[in-house]
Ligand binder design. Structure first.
Ligand code: ATP
Ligand code: MG
Length: 199
């Protein structure tokens, strides 16, 4: 074996020991709370990717879309015929389009009832609360209501929350937090959101 191959072998042995140790240390089994936040693109895409992953194993999944419910969504169109998927959509569009606090709050509360039901149902393996961070920010949903529902959810249930400006206490509760960092976004160069790519 030449020098380079030997060095490679040594570094792979080290890596294996490191990974083995981490695997051995991960003993706990339970559902997770994941948050995909930050200004970069990819939060909702990552959530739907995980939905697809869970459906692939035959698990039941609930997706609740806050705010952007009236938007087209390719993943939803593709997956909604799966009997294991339930999608609940907020019946109002963009809040800066409706500009009506009362109707937005009512729409949020209505869709929250579906979310609360999913969060109490142990047959639902994964619940996605897409863009729910804005509901807290605008005061359409109070944090304590969400916190209680998350704390009391079934032990095996995983929840994914997406949206910018995630509540500080929510971030502290989460097992996994990923912040999508915007390095660049095409929109800022005047390029339109693209069908099948951005929605
Ligand atoms: P995606 O749905 O593509 O995963 P996202 O969930 O991370 O995006 P949102 O803030 O929910 O981001 O934005 C929804 C829409 O805005 C999508 O069409 C997305 O491509 C686009 N978008 C995401 N990030 C940015 C950005 N930094 N500037 C402009 N548009 C953005
Ligand atoms: Mg999104």
């Amino acid at each position: 074996m030449n020098d380079r191959s030997q060095r490679h072998k040594r570094s792979m042995e080290k890596l294996k020991a490191h990974v083995d140790e981490k695997v051995a240390n991960a003993q706990e089994q339970r559902g997770l709370l994941l948050i995909f936040t930050g200004n970069g693109k990819g939060k909702t895409t990552a959530a739907w990717g995980t939905v697809t992953r869970a459906l692939g194993y035959g698990y039941r999944v609930g997706v609740v879309q806050f705010i952007k419910g009236l938007w087209d969504c390719g993943e939803r169109d593709r997956l909604e015929s799966d009997p294991n998927l339930e999608v609940s959509i907020m019946a109002t569009g963009f809040t800066w389009e409706t500009q009506n606090r009362e109707t937005d709050t009512a729409a949020c509360q209505a869709v929250w009832q579906d979310a609360a039901r999913m969060l109490a149902d142990e047959s639902v393996y994964l619940v996605v609360l897409d863009e729910i961070t804005y509901m807290l920010k605008f005061g359409y949903l109070d944090f304590e209501t969400l916190r209680q529902a998350l704390v009391n959810r079934p032990k095996e249930q995983t929840v994914i929350i997406t949206g910018r400006n995630a509540h500080r206490e929510l971030l502290e509760m989460a097992d996994t937090v990923t912040e999508m960092q915007e390095v660049r976004h095409a929109f800022n160069a005047g390029i339109q959101a693209r069908r099948g790519i951005d929605y």
